[in-house]
Ligand binder design. Structure first.
Ligand SMILES: [Zn+2]
Length: 113
């Protein structure tokens, strides 16, 4: 498992770099829209919708960054790869796909109780 943790640490570090770049890029792209009178009502609504979508994507990226950071701290504590709810080991294939995942597949597919 020690080697695995190192592997996931590298994956998470790469993911973190990519996310930070994406957030920085998105910040440049979605400068606040000028809501002035030169735009028609429809294009103004479109612009607002596009901006809200961009904000939503940004929010998700930021949430993921936080999750990656908590994954690093779980590595420090030696609990990385354990399900946060049932404390069973999370399937390796699942970690390979989503290294920042916090729930095993069983818990993730069950509604919160
Ligand atoms: Zn679980």
């Amino acid at each position: 498992m020690k080697d695995d943790v190192e592997k996931y640490r590298t994956m998470l570090e790469e993911l973190q770099v990519t996310l930070k770049q994406e957030i920085a890029l998105a910040n440049e792209e979605c400068a606040p829209i000028q809501l002035n009178g030169t735009m028609g009502r429809i294009s103004r609504n479109d612009a607002i919708q596009v901006q809200q979508m961009a904000l939503e994507i940004k929010r998700r990226r930021e949430e993921r960054l936080i999750r990656i950071q908590t994954a690093f701290s779980r590595m420090e504590k030696g609990t990385y790869g354990d399900c946060c709810r049932c404390h069973n080991r999370i399937n390796k294939a699942r970690l390979d796909t989503i290294p920042d995942v916090v729930l095993c597949i069983r818990c993730a597919s069950q509604p919160r109780s």
